[in-house]
Structure formats: structure tokens, C-alpha cells
Design a protein around this ligand. Structure first.
Ligand SMILES: [Zn+2]
Length: 284
């Protein structure tokens, strides 16, 4: 109980003074197996941040299946879980379920030992374009096979289709969505067969050919959360997209390499790493 009284004070102090930053390796963040026992809050940015009061995506969420549960990366801000819960129901209603949900965040957010440079403050989630049409078995969920939607510089008509476009539209429709990262070839396909404001949320980025990456905006009142600059005006289907399509490579094989980046995390994140987990807190 003492933790709940003391920790908001720490947060208040951090808000009152300029946020100091310190470089941190992924090691201690990847080792944390339980969330910090406090009110849910996203701290810092997606690429340099951490998370308190994280909750795990329930494995039996309607319309959703969690990939690679052994990674313990299905933790998030409740805002993201609420978004996913709604998306799962929408996907069921549209005949797209189950959706395959990739990584969210670690129990306390922070940098990861391998893979993503972001997913650090509980507002990022990867969702696969692959729509299996029936639930995957446990063994497949542990070691799923990704399916690329892109061939060369265009979408692959054998894998990309109207169902994938519908899924992207559903995912982007929620006002909590700040942006969605997709391969430039996928943005081009969406621009070709659709129109409207929702296209502005689709941001071209390397990879993202077998999954898309949803980033939500900061929760209201989450004063330690650092929002990203707004997406540029317009649908982004013109010169910006073309500049991506003109790049030498639009589909690099990044794989999941060890993360050697040491982001400058807000100083308050060090305290979050030291907070007790829910079980430890209950024993005090
Ligand atoms: Zn991602």
C-alpha cells in the first residue's frame, strides 16, 4: 500500500522538474517478469520510454490470438488492450477473426533485448496481415509462420487482398489510433483501392510486409507520456509515398537482431524498474 502512496509523489516530482534522461540497456527491462504495481501510465516515447500498471492481453480474448506467448511481451497500457478488445469484436463481426496479435510491450515496457526499437511505453502493437480463418493451435502460436504481403515493390496478389485492406481500415478507424506503420507497397495498394482521411494514418516504413504496427496516442491525463509529432496533412499518397517507392530497397530483411541501442529513457524509468511487482507489493 505504501508504494501506491509514495509512487505518485515520485511521478509528481518528475513532472515538476525537467525530465532528465539516461541511456539504458535492454537487460533489466527484458528481465522484468511482472508489471510495476501502480496506476497505468505510459512514460516517455515509444522508442525511449517505460510503463507502469501494465496489464496482459488475456489469452482468450474474443477474435484475437496472441503469438509467441513465451516471450512475455503481451503487456500494455489498458488503453491498448481496450482498443484490441474492440478490434477483435469488429473482426469477428466482419468475418476476419481470429486476428494474430504479435508483440505488445514488456511487463514494465522499456527497450527490448531483440527485435523492435519501439514498443516501449505500452501504446504499440503488431498485428499480422495473415488471416488464418480458424484458430491456430498452441504449437503454431509459439512458432508462427509469417506471410509477406509484398513481392518486389508491389503487394503480392496471392497474399494481399480485400480482407487485408478491410482489416487495415478497421484498425485505423478507432480515434485512439495515432498512426499505423506499413510497408510502402501496402500503403500504395491502399491508396489505389481506397480513399479518405484514414489513409493519412498509414505511414510507410521499412519491413512491415507481414504485419502492421499500430501506435495509439497518449491516454488523456497521462502527463508523462510523450506524444509523437502529428502525421503530415493530406492522405500521404502523393510525393511522400513516391519517395519511399523510389528508394533502393523497400523490403529489407531486418530479422530480429539483438538490440544494441541504448535509448535515453526518462529518469523516472529507473524508479519504475525498482518498483515491486503485484505479488511483492501484496506481501508488504
Ligand atoms: Zn511493431
Amino acid at each position: 500500500m505504501a508504494v501506491r502512496l509514495i509512487f505518485p509523489l515520485v511521478l509528481a516530482l518528475a513532472c515538476a522538474s525537467p525530465v532528465m534522461a539516461e541511456p539504458m540497456s535492454a537487460g533489466p527491462w527484458a528481465a522484468a517478469t511482472q508489471p510495476a504495481d501502480d496506476n497505468p501510465s505510459s512514460i516517455g516515447s515509444a522508442a525511449a520510454g517505460c510503463l507502469t500498471g501494465a496489464q496482459a492481453l488475456p489469452p482468450d480474448s474474443a477474435g484475437l490470438q496472441t503469438l509467441r506467448p513465451q516471450r512475455n511481451r503481451a503487456w500494455s497500457h489498458p488503453r491498448t488492450l481496450d482498443y484490441l478488445t474492440k478490434l477483435g469484436h469488429d473482426a469477428q463481426a466482419q468475418g476476419l477473426a481470429p486476428l494474430l496479435v504479435g508483440d505488445l510491450s514488456q511487463p514494465r515496457g522499456g527497450p527490448m533485448a531483440f527485435g523492435h526499437g519501439s514498443h516501449q511505453n505500452g501504446l504499440d502493437v503488431d498485428i499480422w496481415f495473415r488471416l488464418p480463418g480458424k484458430p491456430l493451435k498452441a504449437a503454431e502460436l509459439s512458432s508462427p509462420v509469417p506471410v509477406s504481403m509484398v513481392k518486389g515493390r508491389k503487394v503480392n496478389p496471392k497474399t494481399w487482398g480485400a480482407r487485408q485492406l478491410k482489416l487495415l481500415q478497421l484498425a485505423a478507424a478507432d480515434p485512439r489510433v495515432d498512426r499505423i506503420f506499413v510497408n510502402p507497397a501496402i500503403k500504395a495498394a491502399a491508396c489505389k483501392s481506397s480513399h479518405g482521411d484514414w489513409l493519412a494514418k498509414l505511414r510507410p516504413w521499412w519491413g512491415h510486409d507481414e504485419h502492421f504496427h499500430v501506435r495509439l496516442s497518449c491516454a488523456e491525463g497521462d502527463t508523462n507520456c510523450q506524444p509523437q509529432a502529428a502525421v503530415p496533412p493530406g492522405d500521404g499518397c502523393g510525393a511522400e509515398l513516391q519517395s519511399w517507392l523510389n528508394k533502393a530497397t523497400i523490403l529489407p530483411d531486418l530479422g530480429e537482431k539483438p538490440n544494441t541501442r541504448r535509448p535515453n529513457l526518462p529518469a523516472i524509468c529507473s524508479a519504475i524498474l525498482d518498483q515491486p511487482g503485484p505479488r511483492e507489493a501484496a506481501n508488504r
